[in-house]
Design a protein around this ligand. Sequence first.
Ligand code: GLP
Length: 270
Amino acid sequence: MRVIVERDQEGVSRRAAQFIANLVRRRPTCVLGLATGGTPLGTYTELIRLHREENLDFSRVVTFNLDEYVGLSATHPQSYRHFMQRHFFDHINVDPRDTHVPDGRALDFEAYCEQYERMIADEGGIDLQLLGIGSDGHIAFNEPGSSLGSRTRLKTLTEETVRDNARFFGSEQEVPRLAITMGVGTILESRQCLLLAAGATKASAVRDTIEGPITAQVTASALQLHRDVIAILDEEAARLLERRDYYREVERSQAALQEGRLGKFGLAPS
Ligand code: GLP
């Protein structure tokens, strides 16, 4: 896993937006996997800025969101569909028909989840999946104990997640107890994953994800099996990583290689 440590959340957002913008420029028809929550907000703001000021073009981009609360309609202020419209889709030129957020009001969930998987496959799979992380180390709504091979399905939220997400609702009682979520297996099939984390409350989940054993108790740890994951963290979220200095050295070496500063490696042209 590539680990990039930025000074603060703003740095995380800017860096993540750069990766996404580069992909959209390189492949205008790319398929983006998107996430909700407080963490990716700044990334969306920066992408909107790039759209407005630098003509970043989303007109042929297709998007799939990770998850949605069961029971909330698309217009409910706390639904993830509403979140995406308000914080991203309404401000860029993506075709609304190409934005997909699971339908939390689907009646036949089993059939709907299969259909969601099929839609992703029909678009050729996800090129880049943006991910936040829960304080218990979950990705999307794959709570501890989720199968690491899981596919899109219904999931019961843990008390910890309900508590964490209550800040977006009036009270804990209003937080839905069920969600529809891409599975860990679905996420692992994306071609690249960007895992974002900021703030001290994520530090232990980040340590367990990056340096702990691969376990269904920390579903983000399954990302260690993926060949192309970039974790972008702020200092606080990276605080408990033992190999922090090494990750920094790797980034310095990469930058030197890219800039052709080969002397550092004893490869200076004669
Ligand atoms: C929810 C979402 C996750 C998100 C997590 C953390 O559980 N389903 O996708 O990563 O919250 O959210 P935040 O970024 O607000 O801490």
